[in-house]
Design a binder for this molecule. Structure first.
Ligand SMILES: [Zn+2]
Length: 343
C-alpha cells in the first residue's frame, strides 16, 4: 500500500491539534529543531540566529525545507522575554543555547513585576515577531508556523531565581500566586503579539517539571491559570513541561489546551490512556540517548512505538541537542510515512 498525502502540512498540524482527522500523523516539534549542521548550511549560527530576524527565520525554515517536518518553530531558546525584562544573559556560542544568569535575580516580589519601557522594541522580542512575519509570508500557506510564549512559572524562575521562587512557594503560597498572576500578563501579551505577527499556534512552556515540582503543586498553582491562558489566547496552545509528568497529566488534560508536549520519561501508552482524548499528545522521542546517540533504525522503532500508542503528533521530547546528526532527524518523518503505509 502506498501512502497518499492529501493535506498540506499546515492543515495536518492544525487538524491534529484540534483532534480532527488527518491524512497521516504530522511531525511537528513544538520546540527547537535547529542544529549546528543546519546553522552551517544556511549561515545562521547561534547566538546571532537567536537575535537577528533574517537569520532566525532562515534557520527555522530548515525544519521544513531540510528536515521535512510539518511545522516551523523559530523561537530556539527560552530566554527572549526574560532578556527583554532585564535579566542578565549568557549568550554562549554556536554549540549552546543562551541562558539566563539566575544567580542575580532582577525582582523579589509581585510588586516588582511589570513590563518595562522598551520591552516591545527590545531586540530579543522584535526578533520573534519579525521572524514570524517573514515565515508566515514565505511558508504560511503550506506549513504551520508555531510561536512560543513562556508561562509564568518559567518566567518566575528567571526573574526571581529558581531556588528563591521554589522556597517562596513553600513559605508563602499566596505571595507565589500573586507573582504568577502578574507574570501571566506578560505571557498573554507576548502570545497575542505573536498571533498578530502570524503564529498559527503557540508553544507554552511552563517548567513545573517532574523533578522540581509535584503533581499536586501543578493542581494548586497552575491548573486554573493554564485554563485561563487557554481562554484568553485565541489559538491552539501546546503546553510544554519536561520530566516525568504522568502524575499531573490528568490535571493538564483539564486545562482545555490543544496539546501537551511530553517527555520520554513517560510511557506513551500510559500517557495516552490518562489523556483520554481530552488533550492531544506530542513528543516523547528521547533526545540524549536516542536522537543524539543512536541510529535511524533505533529512531524508527521509537517512532513506531509512539504511533502504536496513538500519539497525535510525532516529535522529539524537547529542544534537540544542537549536535544531533541530520540523518537521525530525517529518520523521523521517514518512519512516520512508513508506519502509515501499513496502518
Ligand atoms: Zn523541555
Amino acid at each position: 500500500m502506498t501512502l497518499v498525502e492529501t493535506m498540506k502540512p499546515r492543515e495536518r498540524v492544525l487538524n491534529a491539534l484540534a483532534g480532527k482527522p488527518v491524512d497521516r500523523t504530522p511531525v511537528s516539534n513544538p520546540t527547537n529543531v535547529a542544529t549546528v549542521e543546519l546553522m552551517d548550511l544556511v549561515k545562521a549560527p547561534f547566538p546571532e540566529a537567536n537575535r537577528d530576524p533574517e537569520m532566525n527565520a532562515r534557520l527555522a525554515a530548515t525544519g521544513y525545507t531540510e528536515l521535512g517536518f510539518d511545522s516551523i518553530m523559530p523561537v530556539f531558546s527560552i530566554i527572549q522575554e526574560s532578556s527583554a525584562l532585564g535579566c542578565e544573559m549568557q549568550w554562549e556560542t554556536k554549540d549552546n543555547w543562551p541562558t539566563v544568569r539566575m544567580y542575580n535575580p532582577i525582582w523579589s516580589g509581585p510588586e516588582d513585576v511589570h513590563i518595562p519601557q522598551g520591552f516591545w522594541s527590545h531586540k530579543d522580542i522584535v526578533v520573534v515577531l519579525k521572524s514570524l512575519e517573514i515565515l508566515q509570508k514565505e511558508y504560511g500557506d503550506q506549513v504551520a508556523v508555531i510561536g512560543k510564549s513562556m508561562g509564568p512559572w518559567t518566567l518566575a524562575y528567571h526573574v526571581f531565581g529558581v531556588e528563591k521562587f521554589l522556597l517562596m512557594s513553600i513559605d508563602d503560597p499566596d505571595k507565589t500566586k500573586r507573582c504568577l498572576d502578574k507574570l501571566k500578563e506578560i505571557s498573554v501579551a507576548f502570545a497575542l503579539a505573536q498571533i498578530e505577527s502570524g503564529a498559527d499556534a503557540l508553544t507554552f512552556p511552563d517548567h513545573a517539571t517532574g523533578d522540581l515540582v509535584s503533581g499536586e503543586y501543578y493542581r494548586k498553582f497552575l491548573m486554573e491559570l493554564h485554563q485561563e491562558m487557554e481562554e484568553r489566547i485565541p489559538c491552539p496552545l501546546i503546553l510544554h513541561i519536561c520530566g516525568k509528568t504522568v502524575d499531573r497529566l490528568g490535571y493538564i488534560a483539564q486545562t482545555g489546551m490543544a496539546a501537551f508536549h511530553i517527555d520520554s520519561k513517560n510511557d506513551p501508552h500510559e500517557a495516552m490512556e490518562i489523556a483520554d482524548g481530552k488533550i492531544r499528545l506530542v513528543g516523547n522521542l528521547n533526545n540524549p540517548e536516542l536522537l543524539y546517540s543512536k541510529n535511524p533504525e533505533d529512531i524508527r522503532e521509537a517512532v513506531f512505538n509512539c504511533l502504536d500508542a496513538g500519539m497525535n503528533l510525532i516529535a522529539p521530547e524537547c529542544a534537540i541537542p544542537l549536535a544531533t546528526k541530520l540523518e537521525n532527524l530525517l529518520a523521523i518523518p521517514e518512519a512516520v510515512k512508513e508506519w502509515h503505509k501499513t496502518h
